[in-house]
Design a protein. Structure first.
Length: 318
């Protein structure tokens, strides 16, 4: 894999079955089974919500600062070995706060792992996600409670069930985040239509769109994304697992996106659930879509130049 950045990964989605079992045992918590193979059989999804249900149940094993540290340290070690230079990692506080875990605990564990990673040469930062199906008031409440920890994350994102929860609901929350100097991204156009991508750009002022696949259905939107070179963080193996792309990877729209001159890059989303890390995604698209080395180099470079690292740091990578 060419040197690259991972810009679309949910830390909770890196919870491998082996760590899931270890944390459940360490914390004395139940699981539907303690057999990794049985647990993995649940990883068959018809749509986004099927995945979110299992993901939401599994995160219950994360309780202590050490748990969050172990989770992030495992992920970072895995992608450092793959040659990733920079990682911007989503974390989902609502699911943890609702279980009585404190923001201090979550951030202390994640931040300790990220600090060690930086010292080892893999640059990393956190992006806090609002859970869109909890609505705008919950999002504003989360932003309020997170602002005292503002130095521990660089931006905000929007994830979870998409359809029925359009970006427009979160306009005020994103304006407030922008006023606080936070970077802004949002999931849009994964299951939701092109209008969700329009709203993310025009109403939320996002600097990147997470997924964005369905933008291809709207020629005016494709033109806008191309003209402004708004990055789309595409996750091919996620699209296969959640059926947000055709069932065969060889029919994935990535080549069309490249052909249209869009600023696309490749990421893993939830690698423990979707069958692979960022390097596995690169290997799969290279194999199945017949991309040239120049094309995969461009995808890898797009991620580095679309990252929120400092211009000096980026200049050292590209
Ligand atoms: N889509 C929406 N929400 C998510 C995802 C995803 O792929 N992964 C974790 N939360
Ligand atoms: Zn995602």
């Amino acid at each position: 894999m060419h040197p690259t950045a991972e810009l679309h990964v949910h830390i909770e989605g890196t919870l491998e079955v082996d760590l899931l079992v270890r944390l459940a045992q360490r914390n004395g918590l139940p699981l539907p089974s303690f057999d990794p193979d049985v647990l993995r059989q649940r990883y068959r999804f018809g749509k986004l919500q099927d995945f979110l249900d299992v993901y939401g149940q599994n995160v219950a094993v994360l309780r202590t600062e050490q748990d969050f540290y172990d989770l992030a340290a495992s992920y970072l070690a895995r992608v450092r070995a793959a040659g990733v230079r920079r990682s911007e990692i989503f974390f989902d506080p609502p699911t943890h706060l609702a279980r009585g875990i404190r923001m201090e605990t979550i951030l202390a564990g994640l931040t300790a792992a990220l600090d060690e990673s930086r010292a080892d040469g893999l640059s990393a930062d956190l992006i806090m996600c609002f859970q869109r199906d909890l609505g705008a008031d919950a999002a504003m409440g989360l932003l309020d409670m997170a602002l005292p920890f503002r130095d521990q994350f660089i931006g905000v994102g929007l994830d979870s069930s998409e359809v029925g929860y359009p970006p427009s609901l979160f306009t005020r929350v994103y304006a407030r985040a922008a006023a606080e100097g936070l970077r802004r991204v949002a999931h849009a156009g994964e299951e939701g239509g092109p209008e969700y991508v329009w709203e993310a750009i025009d109403l939320l002022g996002v600097e990147r769109v997470d997924h964005g696949n369905r933008a291809l259905e709207d020629a005016d939107l494709v033109r806008r994304l191309r003209d402004d070179q708004i990055p789309l963080t595409v996750c091919p193996l996620s699209n296969l697992a959640l059926r947000t792309a055709p069932p065969e990877l060889r029919d994935h729209p990535l080549p069309v996106m490249i052909e249209e001159g869009l600023n696309v890059s490749i990421h893993s989303d939830d690698p423990a659930y979707f069958g692979g890390y960022i390097d596995d995604n690169f290997a799969a698209v290279t194999r199945e879509l017949g991309l040239s080395s120049a094309q995969t180099a461009t995808l890898a470079r797009n991620a580095l130049t679309s990252s929120f690292a400092s211009p000096q740091e980026i200049a050292g990578w590209v």
